[in-house]
Structure formats: C-alpha cells, structure tokens
Design a protein around this ligand. Structure first.
Ligand code: GLC
Length: 562
C-alpha cells in the first residue's frame, strides 16, 4: 500500500473476537472530518482550494501564524452532538469516528497543548466530550481519528516547522514526546470507552514509536480497534485506500472509507453529494466484497451538517431499516464481484440480491449458480412474494414483477438448499450491459496494474488497467454467454493520438477498429461482437497501432442488442 497510508498488513486472528464484533457485524460507520480547516471551508483570502478541505493550509501555503490565528474566529455554535448522533442512528450507522487532531495540528478537544478548541477559540467548549456522551446515550460506538505522524504547526511534526522558536533544529522524537503521545493519552483517558483509534498517514514514522503508541492504546483502550494506517502492520484491520470500493472480494477484516461528496472536510464549492442510491450501492458493494463501509460527513465552520447530507443519509437509513438483513452481520457475495444489476450479500444459505437496476423485461439472471434453490421471492414488508425461476443452461433466470418493489433498490431473496456455490466465471447478461473489468482479465505481453491518481487534490481514483502493450500483448476474458447474438462492444481506455485495437473470440469472430483517445479514461463504441452459441467463450483484446506507451485499457463493455 502507498507510503502515505502505510502498509496494509495487519495483525491476524482478531476477526472472531468480541472486540471485532461491532466492526465485523455493524458493517457501517460514520466518519466525521471537522476542524479549524472547516472554518475556512475550502477558501483562503478569497481564493478557493479545489481539493480535500482539510489540506488547505499545506496546499495554499498558509503561514503557521496566519493559520493559528484563525482559532480566534472559530466559534461553531451550530454544533449539536445529539443531532449528529441521531443522524448516524437514523442513517443506520453503528459508530462514529471523528477527527480529534488532523494533519494541521489543531486539537478539537481540551488538551494540555494550547492550540485547541477549548483554550484558543471563543467557542471554549469540548465538542469531543459532547459527542462521546451523545454516542453513549444513543448506543453508538465511538472513536477518534488522530494524525500521529503529520503535524504542520508543531515543530518536529512531519511536514511541520523544522526549528523551534529559538531557531534550534526540531526533532520528530521531541514532537512525539511532547505533543503526539500526550494527546493520544488525553483522547484515550478523558472520553470514556473507545471502539476505534484511527491513526492516519504513518509515512516514515519510526517503527518503535508506532509500536509504543499502539501498545499504549491497546492497554488504555482494550476494546478499541486500530486500522492499518497506524503503520508498520500494527493495525487490527486493513483500511483500503481512500474512496476505494474493491472490485473483488477480500478476506479478513477491512474497511473502505468514503465521503458523502469529494472532500473529507467541508468545502463550500463541493456539492457533489452522493444520493441515497449511490450511498446504498457503495455500502452494499463494500459489504458484498466482505468489508465495512465508513462514510464521512464534513460539518461546516459553524458545526452544521449540510442539509443534502442529512437528507440522503436519512433516506438510505430508512431503506436499511426495511432490509437490515442485507447489511448487518451479512456475508459477502459468493460470486466475489458485483453484478451489472446490483450486488449480493448473504445470510447463511440465503442470497440477498440487491437490485438497483430493475430489469425492464422482468428477467433477473444469475450466472453459474450451482446450489439448488429452495425458495425465491421479492422481499416486501419483510415477507417473500414468491417468484418463479428457470434454469437456462448454467444460468438461473428469476421472473420478477414488471415494477421494482422498492426505491432506490429492491431485494430478491433466494433461499438455497445448501451453502451457496457458484462458478465465478463472469456472466455476459442478455438484458443489461456487462462491464468486463481488467481486474478479471488474463494478461500476457502487457502490464496489468492498479494505478491511482487524484482528480482534485486528495480526491483519489483507482483503476486496474493494462498498459505497456507489446506486439504480442493480449488481455483475455473468459465469459459465460447466456444468449447468443450481437453485443455492442465498447472499450474504456486512455492514451494519446488515434489507437487501433483488435478483438477476437474463440469462435473466430474478429473486430478491428481505430478510434481517438484522450489523456483521461473515456469509453468508445467499437463495434458489434457476435456470439454464435451460448456458454463459455474467450474475448481477446490486443493493441494494433498507435502510441503503445501511453495506451491504458481499463474495461470492456458488452451491451446486448435487441
Ligand atoms: C488521507 C488524507 C486525510 C484524510 C484521510 C481520510 O489520509 O490525507 O486528509 O483524513 O485520507 O481517509
């Protein structure tokens, strides 16, 4: 994993323990990024910083003295801990993790270090105390985010001042002894029982100091889980890269942390709110891959939660209340990847098919299901409205009613006669477009690699892609085609200049075409690909001509032609 987020190895074996139960079975928590940076809201002296708001000091090179002086203006009188705890409950979230001190060094709690919300601001209250109490009262878990390595205003903190006021050289050890460790002790001893202490960006923090900090937390807060971002493999569970919902199932305890727009802390311009459908789809897919979803909100400089966040979290929460079995203590999809129409989580031998795109022809297709079905039905008001199913070769077709049963998703429960077993071959669906991600391709003579980049600063995107195409390079997918016929084939790639690609199937069907390209991933229509027979086929893509050094293929999409 990236140096920034620390290596993703974690201590094994805690998965079955009681300590892990909230995280393992709750599957859905609230992250809160709130701090002095929220007072700026992504703007400094009239200029907007387009990126994750909590990095504004560093990215806009705000002087320490100017930034620290902001504390005198910070007075978030709109902060209401009980209302936030109620929002988390209504959203169906089971705990809250809030930034106690972020990279810029301002403590959102009463600390012996003077740069804190109680001593340095007119607000003069400890919102962490209020939120810890509100979570306890609401029966929610509670924990702190703490940036242990970076501290941009404390001499010796990583990316912080290099000297002390007297000009002598600052050391990380002194920062660690005089600020970091004492503050971790404060958050571990003054706010009751914690379920999480979430360290972040360990960078090159010395292993022995990380160990000292981790050992202390485990003693002071024996029930708290530490994520892998403490560093040096000392976490209890893996924290995936920011905003990443993995395309394949992952074993063990892990979490995707995501945010309700594109910034962690409040940014005035960022109105790219996830609606309830997107929130639920990313939550269900994270649980479907075997993980836990930590979704972030960014209260503004007055401590208020943006109204769109309240609206969509609540709507998503109402849906979860109708289908708690889909999220809580739910297991991963037996297919190991998402379906084109939605995703699947499991409870024992029951598959909960969460349908976000209801099939227009009422036919929901499951590829490669090998366990016999005992019963199947649309879940309405907690009851099953039976549906018929038919075997179509290796596929199972469920006949659904014309209209979806619920919004923004419906649940079709399929009770199996035994433990779910599937042939995980990618299905090419006959009535909905199917994306074939590079993740699932066999690649030879080219390089398959996950790359990550920032759209705006801190807004991370991920792609598994194929690049470095040689003359003999091939990306080959094996697919299970339900229905023979024509499929419109699209390629998603980036590159430079006009690029020619060739597609060949095991039936000898060949397509070759030349299209433009762009420096960002874009989807291009390529041609009609015909399958003559149902069943398993291979689709091989090769790069024919153009700038092969810059060509990067991300996905193929097959859309059935009526
Ligand atoms: C990254 C960012 C940090 C943010 C964190 C959330 O580490 O540096 O600002 O708090 O992601 O996951």
């Amino acid at each position: 994993m990236d140096q920034m987020w620390g290596d993703s190895k974690v201590k094994a074996g805690i998965e079955k323990t009681d300590r892990a139960a909230l995280f393992r079975d709750g599957n859905y928590g609230m992250f809160i990024h709130w701090g002095l940076f929220s007072h700026l809201g992504g703007q400094w002296r009239g200029q907007t910083f387009y990126g994750i708001g909590e990095w504004i000091k560093r990215q806009m090179k705000i002087a320490d003295s100017d930034y620290m002086a902001l504390a005198k203006e910070f007075n978030p009188t709109g902060f209401d801990a009980r209302a936030i705890a109620k929002l988390a409950k209504d959203a169906g979230m089971k705990w809250i993790i809030i930034t106690s001190k972020h990279h810029e060094g301002f403590a959102m709690f009463k600390s012996a270090h003077p740069f804190n919300i109680v001593d340095a601001t007119p607000f003069a209250r400890d919102p962490m105390k209020e939120l810890a109490a509100a979570c306890k009262e609401a029966g929610l878990g509670f924990g702190f985010y703490y940036s242990h390595n970076q501290d941009w205003t404390a001499p010796g903190g990583t990316n912080g001042p290099k000297t002390y006021p007297d000009g002598s050289p600052a050391t990380f050890e002194k920062y660690f002894r005089e600020k970091c460790f004492p503050q971790v002790k404060e958050i571990c001893t003054q706010y009751g029982a914690l379920n999480f202490v979430w360290f972040d960006t360990p960078g090159k923090m010395p292993k022995e100091l990380v160990a000292e900090l981790g050992d202390y937390v485990r003693k002071a807060q024996p029930n708290a889980l530490l994520c892998s971002r403490i560093g040096h493999g000392m976490g209890d569970y893996e924290s995936k890269g920011d905003m990443e919902v993995p395309p394949r199932n992952i074993e063990g305890l892990w979490e995707t942390c995501d945010t309700t727009n594109d910034s962690w802390s409040y940014a005035w311009y960022d109105q790219n709110w996830k609606d309830s459908k997107e929130i639920l789809h990313r939550l269900v897919s994270t649980v479907g891959r075997g993980g836990t979803y930590l979704l972030n909100i960014g209260p503004d400089g007055k401590g208020r939660v943006p109204s769109q966040v309240v609206k969509y979290l609540r709507k998503a929460g109402e849906w979860i209340q109708r289908y708690p079995q889909v999220i809580y203590a739910a297991g991963p999809s037996p297919w190991g990847y998402a379906m084109p129409w939605g995703d699947v989580t499991t409870v024992g031998n029951t598959l909960n098919l969460v349908v976000f795109d209801w099939p227009a022809d009422g036919r929901l297709l499951l590829p490669g299901l090998q366990t016999e079905i005992a019963a199947a039905g649309v879940v309405v008001g907690g009851k099953l409205q039976p549906v018929k199913w038919t075997a179509r070769g290796t596929w199972t077709e469920l006949q659904l009613p014309a209209a979806p049963a619920d919004r923004p998703a419906s649940v079709v429960a399929v009770k199996l006669k035994a433990t779910p077993k599937v042939d995980p071959t990618l299905g090419t669906h006959p009535n909905i477009p199917t994306a074939l991600l590079v993740e699932f391709a066999e690649v030879t003579g080219a390089e398959k690699k996950e790359i990550r980049w920032m759209e705006k600063f801190g807004e991370w995107k991920f792609a598994n892609q194929v690049s470095k195409w040689t003359e003999t390079g091939k990306a080959v997918w094996t697919v299970d085609v339900c229905k023979p016929g024509d499929y419109r084939l699209e390629l998603t790639y980036k590159g430079e200049g006009r690029l020619a690609w060739r597609i060949e199937t095991d039936e000898g069907v060949k397509l070759q075409n030349q299209q433009n390209s762009s420096p960002v991933y874009h989807t291009y229509t390529f041609g009609l690909l015909t399958f003559n027979k149902p069943g398993k086929h291979t689709i091989a893509i090769s790069f024919v001509e153009g700038d092969r050094d810059k060509a990067s293929l991300e996905a193929v999409r097959l859309s059935p032609v009526e």
